[in-house]
Design a binder for this molecule. Sequence first.
Ligand code: ATP
Ligand code: MG
Length: 380
Amino acid sequence: MQEAQRRAILVGADMDMAEVRRHYQDHSWLAHIAEPSLADGFVLDHKPDVVVVSPRAADRAAMLAKRHPNVSVIAHTPNARSEESLEGHDSDHGSSVQEHRYVDSAPSDQTLVAVWSPKGGVGKSFIATNLAVAVALSTQAPVALLDLDLHSPDLGVYLDLLDGPTIVEVLPHLSSMRSHDLEQYMSLHAGTGIRVLLGPRRPELADFVRAEQVTTIVELARRRFNHLFIDLPPHAGEDMVYECLEQATSIVLVTTQDAATLRQTRLTLETLSSLCIDVSGRVRVVLNRYHEQDNVSVVHVEDFVGQPVVATIREDRVSTEKALFQGTPLIMTNRSPALCNSLQELAHQLCLGNTPSPKRTEGLWATLRRRVLDGITRAS
Ligand SMILES: Nc1ncnc2c1ncn2[C@@H]1O[C@H](COP(=O)(O)OP(=O)(O)OP(=O)(O)O)[C@@H](O)[C@H]1O
Ligand SMILES: [Mg+2]
């Protein structure tokens, strides 16, 4: 009697199907998935018996084996048919990780800090990372970072977490996901215990992520973590950005003393205000890359943007670049104490002090935005 063929898929773009068929003749091939981050969802949906992972996608093999224990995962090596048993492989996240207590329902003292600016390169990722670290190091409560700058995610670089799963892998499971499941897709930062949801590995993958999926992810994360930090993309006008701003307990609006950035910051505040977002209650203007000698003083900035500056973070290129190069958040190094103090104080203000609770504006935001956009369209 003929033995049933094993249903298999190939993962990775650096091998062609003809070669693989020659190696594995007793298999029937369901698909060739060139983009490794899409393999997880495919395996879940089609339940193959075997997943053959190409050499360049080899870092996926252990993760796939762990997530799909009934599937035989083969890390293919050229000129050999080596079938490594990867089942039960447990990735080592380091032993110096702090123990954290995890919560099952939305914590009552939950904070969600959205770090945002309408301008790129002003320090959003730097500030989001260091604030999360500052909070994680001064509390036993669970802390998470979401990298929602989907086309240009940088948190992995700031935290030296480049190989973990990304938001793209979460998507196929989202409809049935519970809050603790999300954690499987978040990388653990050793030493602080922060969970990080990394952004897509390549910019074009960002197009797979829809605003409503981001909303679900944020809601799941809110149930799991007491302090959630979101790194947002440097532009407005995206549903996803609005959804996050709507949910945030604090919106850290990062600006600099640069005239173009200040102008954009002011315009953004006017837009937020015209959309009835409670600007005074939730927006915190942070002046980054601050130079005391600059012609534009803090008072000038406050006058121009019409909001108090809640923190000034001075510029220190040498220290920040060294920290970034090492993949260690600045606040965990001994460098630049004045800059680090400003970040610590801001973190305390946002998460550990008396942060005003958010105004619930569900539904209102989208309605108002539509009205304003309709008004603009009619007027033009
Ligand atoms: N206070 C500071 N002093 C010196 N360098 C800084 C400071 N803040 C941020 N930087 C540096 O500026 C660069 C841009 O910072 P960052 O990546 O955080 O900006 P961003 O707003 O997230 O940019 P993007 O919009 O491209 O995502 C980085 O090299 C970072 O290390
Ligand atoms: Mg960034």
